[in-house]
Design a protein. Structure first.
Length: 406
């Protein structure tokens, strides 16, 4: 059995014991049974909030986890990284196969995850939550990340800097957390498997999305030796050094995988829990339009989050936006009743689910998005995306523009 104390770091920087998480040993089928109970101190705190507004209401009592593969509620698993960061955790702590279950990963993660939650098997807050290593180490981190991605080899002392910076970011691609002038950033590196310049493509696509009215996380390209990396500002860190709690749409929808939902489902979550549903629904509609036109087919549920900060629950800024570099025929999330790239009629019909009730207004938003995306080649060239990569992407992007039409 694993028992973990869960702490919440509030936006102002105060850390409060949130409750206790208990997970039994796996049964004969490998399933895990877990329970969570809020602490009296947290229930009585003036800034307390439900860690999952749909499945962990702020109340006394025991809440059974509904995820037997994980043994914990999704709100806790959201603190963990995905492929890249988990590999770092497993390597850093030399975890055997049976030690790589979610509760034990949370135990070793401690206070190093993204978001507001920290975990400890002792009744004390883990050591001060780091914001990563100083950005002056980026060249060394890039070299270490490439070495680790190729073989995961190397002595612990050689990889210590990567262990410190690389255990919390999510996603499959190599990335680390760095700090610069008091601000925390995700540093996203090229991968040894890249066939196109993914770093510059993401920088260009995020910039294009911002021009199209999408609320995007601030980004910038940073020279790193002979390569470039992408810095993405962390939206879970507050100016006061506190944290915003982050819950993925996968958790809020209670989905077991990334691949069974629609943008309408996201809109319904926003409508139910957002402190400003009208503004957030419009943000989500603009993001869906941009994804449809630029071809961001990797639009899975982990790439959409709700944040709980000083003003309550709000839709997070957009992140991880890329054109269709994988040549995928379908989006992960449905628009309308289909996973295929939508036409104009579908995008107009979907508008009412996002609070855009006038067809004329929906048409304006579609046209605004298309007008910006039509200039994609110019912006991509300005940011240094190789022309060969643009040639690969052009048929999909131009085909989408033609399909949506005017």
């Amino acid at each position: 059995m694993i028992r973990l104390h869960v702490f919440v770091t509030l936006p102002g920087g105060e850390s409060v014991p949130a409750g206790d998480l208990v997970v039994a040993d796996p049964d004969d089928r490998g399933a895990l049974t877990g329970q969570f109970r809020y602490s009296g101190e947290f229930l009585g705190h003036p800034e307390a909030f439900p860690l999952d507004p749909l499945r962990l209401p702020l109340a006394e009592g025991i809440f059974d986890a509904n995820r037997p593969q994980a043994g914990v509620h999704g709100a806790f698993e959201d603190s963990l990284p995905d492929d890249w960061g988990r590999r770092i955790l497993v390597r850093r702590y030399r975890l055997g196969r049976t030690e790589q279950r979610v509760p034990n990963l949370l135990r070793v993660l401690g206070a190093k995850g993204l978001g507001a939650l920290s975990f400890s098997d002792a009744d004390v807050l883990p050591s001060v939550r780091p914001q990563g290593v100083a950005s002056r180490h980026l060249v060394d981190l890039l070299r270490l990340a490439e070495t680790f991605e190729r073989s995961e080899a190397g002595a612990d002392e050689e990889l210590a800097l990567l262990f410190q910076a690389g255990s919390s970011p999510g996603g499959a691609r190599p990335k680390v957390v760095v700090e610069e002038s008091g601000q925390a950033w995700l540093a996203k590196f090229p991968s040894v498997r890249d066939r196109v310049d993914v770093v510059r493509l993401e920088a260009a696509t995020m910039a294009l999305a911002g021009r199209a009215g999408v609320d995007v996380a601030p980004t910038r390209l940073e020279p790193c030796g002979i390569r470039d990396i992408l810095l993405v500002e962390r939206f879970d860190v507050t100016p006061a050094g506190g944290r915003n709690h982050v819950v993925s749409m996968q958790t809020l929808l209670g989905a077991d995988g990334h691949y069974s939902s629609s943008y309408r489902d996201l809109a319904e979550v926003v409508r139910r829990i957002s402190a400003a549903p009208g503004a957030d629904l419009l943000k989500l509609y603009r993001q869906m339009l941009f994804h449809a036109v630029i071809g961001n087919t990797d639009d899975h549920l982990k790439n959409f989050c709700m944040l709980h900060g000083a003003t309550g629950w709000r839709l997070s800024p957009a992140f991880d936006i890329l054109p269709n570099i994988g040549g995928n025929r379908e989006h992960v999330l449905r628009m309308g009743n289909d996973y295929l790239a939508p036409g104009r009629a579908v995008l107009l019909a979907e508008a009412k689910f996002f609070g855009v009730k006038r067809t004329a207004r929906a048409a304006e938003l579609i046209d605004e998005t298309m007008e910006v995306v039509r200039g994609w080649r110019t912006l991509f060239a300005e940011i240094g995306v190789p022309d060969a990569d643009c040639q690969v992407l052009a048929p999909d992007i131009e085909g989408r523009l033609a399909r949506i039409g005017g």
